[in-house]
Design a protein around this ligand. Structure first.
Ligand code: PMP
Length: 361
């Protein structure tokens, strides 16, 4: 066979991966990018200078492997999270996606199941499938909330090894009240993962599942520096859980998975957290204004505790998405049919979004 004619279909790939498409939002170079829930504010010159200096100091030792257990970084992350957490209750990897993958490697796998309540983060089923864990799809209510009684019933029916709750949820923006999480913890026979990638954007009165950790050794709360911390390019995700959970993850993690440069960049960012998280209030205000504006246009908008807003409903959402793109604004065609998701950008970016959407409607 001519090597140029070989396609994926010719390779002996796992049967359960055949016919699947890779995950990924389009990376299109347009003036206003509001499609991947990044923080629009770049690091300050002071942070950039500190980071460059810290990398310069480390560069002379790059012949050596990194700290395999990232102890200093985990101590810094524990201090940031508060709630009395210690370094041995925190774990870090290359983005919370890798953290989630390690959780599935340790607690999922062939013959095991994981359940999620859709619409939710589409990587949960993909990571689940990648580890040969079976994905079980349960539904949310029409307003994207989770009915605790129905969630418990689904868990009792399927007895999953892993339960995913996403709070605030992507792509809907809706958060989970603690009593729902507690009801799920009481019913779940296995691990319960609360994906809190957007926790820092939550509205006043939306508490974190971190408060439940002392009572629940099978609870894992995952976080990331990609969103509120404005460090998506660094690839640093982390979790808080019982120390025994982290012992389980050590069995599946690759040695030296977190590079010296990643650990260094994350620690510098944590030192600059006042500046980085200083943008969160502005983004929250911009989010609330976006929700109000979209509603004033007669659109349906999900309540948002995150740095994005899901709105609709459009019988032909592709047409709206393309109309915005033609006007230089990239948003995300994701979630239930007829809905679109816009990430919250700077004031100027949101003005451009509003002008473009008015042009389209
Ligand atoms: N969880 C949720 C709910 C997300 O939306 C994302 C990013 N889109 C992630 C996890 C993964 O983020 P990262 O790997 O950058 O930490």
């Amino acid at each position: 066979m001519n090597p140029d004619d070989v396609t994926l279909a010719d390779l002996p790939i796992r049967a359960d991966l055949r016919g699947k498409s890779p995950y990924g939002a389009p990376q299109i170079d347009v003036p206003v990018r509001l499609n991947t829930n990044e923080n629009p504010y770049p690091p300050s010159p002071e942070l950039v200078a500190d980071l460059a200096e810290a990398v310069r100091e480390q560069a002379g030792e790059l012949n050596r492997y990194p700290d395999r257990d990232a102890l200093a970084l985990r101590a810094d992350l524990a201090a940031y999270l508060g709630h009395g957490l210690r370094a041995e209750q925190v774990w870090a990897a290359n983005g919370s996606n890798e953290v989630l993958q390690q959780i599935l490697q340790a607690f999922g796998g062939h013959g095991r199941t994981a359940i999620g309540f859709e619409p939710s983060y589409s990587m949960h089923p993909i990571i689940t499938g990648g580890t040969s864990t079976e994905w079980i799809r349960a539904a949310r209510e029409d307003d994207f909330s989770l009915d605790p009684g129905k969630a418990v019933a689904a868990i009792e029916e399927h007895r999953p090894d892993v339960v995913f709750l996403t709070s605030p949820n992507n792509p809907t923006g809706t958060a989970q009240p603690l009593p729902t999480i507690e009801a799920v913890l009481a019913a779940a026979p296995g691990m319960v993962v609360v994906d809190e990638a957007y926790a820092e954007f939550a509205r006043e009165g939306t508490p974190s599942a971190l408060t439940l950790l002392p009572e629940h050794p099978r609870l894992i709360v995952t976080r990331t520096m990609s969103k509120a911390f404005a460090m998506a390019g660094t690839r640093l995700g982390y979790l808080a859980a019982h120390p025994a959970v982290i012992e389980a993850l050590l069995l599946v993690r690759l040695p030296y998975h977190l590079s010296t440069l990643t650990q260094t960049a994350a620690r510098v960012a944590l030192r600059h957290r006042a500046e980085l998280l200083g943008t969160v209030d502005a983004l929250r205000r911009e989010r609330d204004a976006t929700v109000a504006w979209l509603r004033s246009k007669g659109l349906r908008v999900a309540d948002s505790d995150a740095n994005f807003v899901l709105f609709g409903r459009f019988p032909d959402r592709r047409e709206v998405w393309e109309g915005l793109l033609e006007r230089g604004v990239l948003i995300r065609e994701v979630g239930p049919p007829e809905w679109l998701r816009v990430s919250i950008g700077t004031g100027e970016e949101m003005a451009a979004f509003r002008a473009a959407l008015e042009g389209v409607l």
